[in-house]
Design a protein around this ligand. Structure first.
Ligand code: NAD
Length: 487
């Protein structure tokens, strides 16, 4: 099978923060891969705008090094790399001052191409840069603005940011990135649900016992200790990535696969989340170093910190489809394995016709794996092969995308490749709308407020474990258990 690639029109993409970590590791490699794939044409321009005093030549040199580290090694063809580097330019711009804006305007003024401004900078610059884009004349009616998380740190600040951006750009021009939504499996979740007649009749509380959403990391806070400690797992992961995944699993079928139709349905899920009173259904934890590794408190250099590096929440959705089916969400650092997945656990078969000696049936589980090895697995109960009579066993029907698609000559693009191309194509389906971001904060703010005012400290858990004991209890008390954390 050959991937169908429709080339996009040439564009001007200005990356504010083009010398930063995100640009180096993700954004520029993604653009290089798309150019190799024939989707983004070489006569487009990528202009990095950042604070460092560089010229275009030294910026290109940096990007060449970055691609050596972060692009797929088999794709580092010298000729094509050189062609990519010629599309790059650099302008020194001060996000908060006057320096550089005239030069940026000069670079853009004669171009008729569609413009994208990608703000890969700290969020305090989102407002000032947007304003200067307007006053410097760089903004056109067709300009698109991309902003990275964090989108505020509570409802009030998210609203203020949305309002500020809305004075300069129309909502149709604003692309709020959540890179989890660009993952192939996440999009496949929508195909699985809405392109197959099989699942819809059983996608409800009558047939689904519960849903588990896990985003587990093995790494600790690393060099981001200071930043992380001001946010914690609730703000850094739960408010955005996990709630977005929850929306896609739980939403009603949209009437069309069209941005506002999809986002309207996601918004309805967020608005149907039962408010949590207190921390009864919330477990917070902080990792404890083992084998001489630092504790969370040492990593963030804040011995009194009450910020959580792990959180698990039991969430209920108050609507007809999901009433009575809990959704268990957990995310944390320094856990046993780096693993992100959504598992839909179906109810047991209503009646077993098999004798006890057959070993009993197992609930069906549909697991949608985001990382590592993106893919989908459906666990089924079958007869154990062989002449030993009727004995039941559980087997996975496994579709690992890398293997399945690899065998057909297709590769899985990184989330940023998909998302950047969507911006250029003008497709907002996988981007969060202003009201979605606000609804997510509205639900999570009281949880954060309870966490910040409780006298209880986050529960310690050993590094590389499954998280705090109470998180296991959150499931055990309902007669359920978490799926194993395994890479
Ligand atoms: P970084 O600190 O590595 O880079 C920041 C960039 O901003 C640099 O290019 C710097 O020159 C530029 N900059 C700083 N001050 C400036 C000023 N006054 N004027 C102009 N440019 C200025 O940051 P990063 O890790 O690349 O993150 C960028 C944004 O993306 C942040 O909002 C971050 O939260 C978000 N983000 C990052 C990642 C990641 O993996 N790094 C993931 C998700 C979201």
């Amino acid at each position: 099978m050959v991937a169908r690639v429709i080339p996009v029109d040439p564009f001007d993409l200005v990356v504010f923060g083009g010398t930063g970590d995100l640009a180096r590791r993700k954004l520029l490699p993604a653009l290089y891969h798309r150019m190799l794939g024939g989707q983004a044409l070489p006569d487009s321009r990528i202009i990095a705008a950042a604070r460092s005093d560089l010229d275009a030549g030294s910026f290109r040199h940096r990007v060449k090094e970055a691609l050596r580290d972060h692009a797929a090694p088999e794709k580092l063809d010298p000729e094509r790399l050189a062609a990519f580097l010629t599309t790059l330019d650099y302008v020194r711009v001060d996000a908060q001052g006057e320096d550089g804006w005239d030069s940026l305007f000069d670079r853009l003024k004669d171009s008729e191409r569609m413009r994208v401004f990608y703000l890969s900078v700290a969020p305090q610059f989102f407002g000032p840069i947007s304003e200067r884009l307007a006053t410097s004349g760089c903004r056109t009616p067709d300009t698109r603005l991309v902003v990275e998380k964090p989108l505020g740190r509570d409802l009030e600040s998210a609203r203020a940011l949305n309002r500020q951006l809305a004075t300069i750009f129309e909502e149709r021009q604003i692309y709020r990135i959540d890179h989890y939504l660009g993952k192939e499996t996440v999009q496949n979740l929508m195909a699985l649900r809405f392109a197959n007649a099989l699942f819809e009749p059983i996608w409800n509380a009558r047939h689904v016992d519960h849903v588990q959403i896990t985003v587990a990391e093995r790494v600790g806070v690393g060099g981001r200790g200071n930043y992380y400690d001001r946010n914690g797992a609730l703000r850094d992961m739960m408010q955005n990535h996990l709630l977005q995944l929850l929306c896609l699993i739980a939403m009603e079928p949209p009437a069309h696969f069209e941005p506002d139709a999809v986002r309207d349905e996601k918004l309805k899920v967020l608005r149907s989340l039962k408010p949590l009173v207190g921390l009864g259904n919330v477990v917070r934890g902080q990792y404890r170093g083992i084998n001489g590794e630092a504790d969370y408190l040492e990593d963030v250099e804040n011995p009194g910190s009450r910020t959580e590096s792990f959180v698990a929440i039991k969430v209920e959705i108050a609507n007809w489809r999901w009433n009575g089916t809990p959704f268990y969400l957990r995310t944390g650092k320094r856990l046993r394995a780096r693993m992100s997945e959504i598992a839909v656990v179906f109810k047991d078969a209503p009646h077993s016709i098999f004798p006890e000696s057959a070993g009993g049936t197992h609930p069906n589980v549909l697991a949608i794996r985001l990382q590592p090895d993106e893919g989908i697995t459906l666990r089924l109960t079958i007869k154990e092969p062989g002449p030993g009579g009727m004995r039941l066993c559980e087997v996975p029907l496994d579709m690992t995308f890398a293997e399945t698609l690899g065998a057909q000559g297709l590769s899985i693009p990184d989330a940023y490749e998909r998302l950047v191309m969507d911006v250029i194509r003008g497709d907002q389906t996988l981007f969060m709308r202003d009201d979605e971001v606000e609804a997510a904060w509205r639900w999570i703010d009281p949880i954060i407020a309870s966490a910040e005012t409780t006298s209880e400290r986050p529960q310690p858990y050993d590094s590389y474990s499954s998280g705090p004991e109470d998180a296991l209890m959150l499931m055990h008390r309902d007669g359920r258990r978490w799926r194993a954390l395994a890479a």
